[in-house]
Design a protein. Structure first.
Length: 595
């Protein structure tokens, strides 16, 4: 696609197109400034890092006269955009706030040429951004024609034409044709992405707008129940996304000129070096210092990219409000097994699953249940993220200094603990230390990255642990996933079709009653709100131990586990779908069909 862009005087291909008169010459010719005033302005261009047209406006020349001269110098037409008609369908390309942010407005499309009004015709990023939105809207744009206008005229036009469009929508709301109806549905489904309002001259890390914006992003993330905040730099802007119920949602775009200031603000809050942008950094923000209303910490991580530093902040509640076991989503069968297992006097209990499946949350719930004055509970975490309170002693490992999980385990043995939590079993040394601790009368809780419960046993064997030691020490393995709950306010039932039977690989038959969310204000139209766990609990009983010691295959171990009461992840997910807790889509997304 060919886009007509502002002339680059350094490009040999553009020399022939270059106008005969520069902005400086036109400013004198049109009587905007005297020669002496022009020389003074030119000397300020480099010192103040501003364009000549900006300085002319600051000097008192009207924006209309300056924009007209700038347009002529670049070979573009100058127009009063507020006084010309605009094709209404083009208003769907950009939201009004974003059009004001870019200071552009598409006004005419005649295949394959798109005409765009701009305040700053040299802003190639804004021009490219509009082109990208046009392509997303499936316009066959091969050329872009630029016309120039003033900021006041552009903002007036945006308010005028978007306002007319809203009135027309209201007027025709009760008499829509199919095409108009589809347009309105599509428009209502477009995600609203806010554009942060920070003036360019106020884009510093200590300016009030940037400080307020930094606090607001964190506060809104907490209100929306986000687990993480992502600040992602691009060529055009800084994108802000929240991870809510496991999915990333874009909520804001920060102007590119404010990107470094906002990131520097967070680095100051986290006590990181703001002058170091070439290597990753990690830190922690005690947000209570910046807003006493919130008992919140943020774990901050930065990574350099070609467009600036990518920042991820994990929200950590330091109020000690840990979920209880009853809130994890266990069914009655799993709850019975789990409560029996955590009361064992010694052994190992493992939570397994991928990153973000809720393993640590479940373990913390178990520890809070067991936290009584007659027990000593110690933890080794990487790092401590959630303050558990009570009598629980928490410790952060530091591999750089040699304080590993294995060393923490051995150190804990001299502190007379009853229960030990190890954040993760990552290697043979830690696995051996956990087995030794369990066989000497301690209850050990930990996590492992495996896909299912039985696969955890084979993983430990592959790591180098003897099967008889696993059989003697392992009490229970809980494999888990997190699935999004159907919104309770807009839940509706429906009958499964043949397509859904095929989608579920036959696990749900056509004619069965399923549930889904219609979408409402409570769930922001998604039909889902909150998450629940899907669990596969392997209780290591006598039959399983005997097979394990004999060296049975994984298939044999899995068969005996199911025969003795283990519900697979798939079976548990199907059960939750039939009860209206999760949708069929969540079953398919989080589990594999049993074979």
């Amino acid at each position: 696609m060919e886009i007509k862009k502002p002339i680059n005087p350094k490009d040999p291909q553009d020399i022939k197109k270059a106008p005969k008169k520069s902005l400086e010459e036109l400013a004198i010719e049109k009587g905007l400034v005297t020669t002496e005033q022009l020389q003074e302005l030119i000397s300020r261009v480099t010192k103040e890092r501003k364009n000549l047209d900006q300085l002319l406006v600051e000097m008192g020349v009207t924006a209309e006269k300056v924009s007209a001269a700038l347009a002529e110098s670049l070979g573009y037409e100058f127009i009063d955009i507020s006084a010309i008609p605009i094709q209404s369908e083009l208003l769907k390309i950009l939201k009004p706030a974003y059009a004001k942010h870019l200071r552009v407005l598409p006004i005419k499309y005649q295949d394959p040429v798109l005409t765009v009004a701009m305040v700053e015709p040299r802003d190639l990023m804004a021009l490219d951004e509009v082109t990208r939105f046009c392509k997303d809207a499936r316009y066959n744009v091969r050329n872009v024609k630029v016309v120039v206008t003033t900021a006041d005229k552009l903002f007036t036009a945006i308010d005028k034409f978007y306002g007319l469009r809203e009135k027309a929508k209201d007027k025709d709301k009760d008499n829509l044709g199919l095409g108009s109806l589809l347009d309105n549905v599509a428009e209502s489904m477009r995600s609203e992405v806010e554009v942060a309002e920070v003036k360019q001259e106020e884009a510093t890390e200590n300016s009030a707008p940037v400080v307020m914006l930094g606090n607001r992003i964190v506060e809104e993330a907490l209100h929306k129940r986000a687990s993480d905040i992502h600040l992602e730099p691009s060529l055009y802007n800084l994108r802000v996304r929240y991870r809510i119920d496991g999915d990333l949602q874009e909520v804001m775009r920060v102007p590119k000129y404010a990107q470094d200031a906002l990131i520097a603000r967070y680095k100051i809050m986290a006590d990181l070096r703001i002058d170091e942008r070439r290597v990753p950094q990690d830190g922690r923000i005690d947000f209570t210092k910046f807003n006493p209303s919130y008992e919140l910490d943020l774990r901050v991580s930065t990574v350099p990219t070609p467009f600036g530093e990518d920042v991820v902040m994990r929200l950590l509640d330091k109020s000690g409000n840990v979920l209880t076991i009853d809130m994890l989503g266990f069914n009655d069968h799993c709850m019975k097994l789990y409560k029996e297992a955590i009361q064992a006097p010694y052994g190992i209990m493992l939570h397994v699953g991928p990153t973000g499946s809720g393993k640590s949350t479940a373990l913390f719930a178990a520890l809070k249940t067991l936290d009584t004055p007659d027990l000593k509970i110690v933890t080794a975490e990487d790092p401590v993220e959630t303050t558990l309170g009570g009598q629980i002693i928490q410790s952060s490992v530091n591999p750089v200094t040699g304080y590993t999980f294995a060393k923490a385990l051995r150190a804990f043995m001299r502190h007379d603990p009853d229960i030990i939590l190890i954040g993760e079993i990552r290697d043979l040394e830690t696995a051996k230390a956990a087995v030794e601790a369990s066989l000497t009368g301690h209850m050990v809780f930990s996590t492992l990255h495996t896909n299912d419960a039985v696969g955890t046993v084979t993983r430990l064997i592959e790591m180098g642990i003897e099967p008889y030691l696993i059989a003697d020490s392992l009490v229970l393995v809980c494999a888990q996933r997190l699935a999004r709950r159907i919104c309770s306010k807009c839940k509706e039932s429906y009958t499964a079709t043949a397509n859904e039977e095929e989608l579920s690989k036959g696990d749900i038959k056509a004619g069965a009653t399923l549930y889904r969310g219609k979408g409402c204000g409570v769930c922001d139209g998604s039909g889902e709100k909150g998450r629940t766990g899907i669990y596969e609990m392997l209780l290591v009983n006598r039959d399983f131990r005997n097979l394990l010691i004999k060296g049975s295959t994984m298939e044999e171990l899995r068969r005996v586990a199911i025969e003795t009461g283990m519900m697979t992840l798939r079976q548990e997910a199907i059960d939750k779908a039939l009860k209206g807790i999760i949708s069929l889509e969540q079953v398919v997304e989080n589990t594999l069909a049993d074979t």
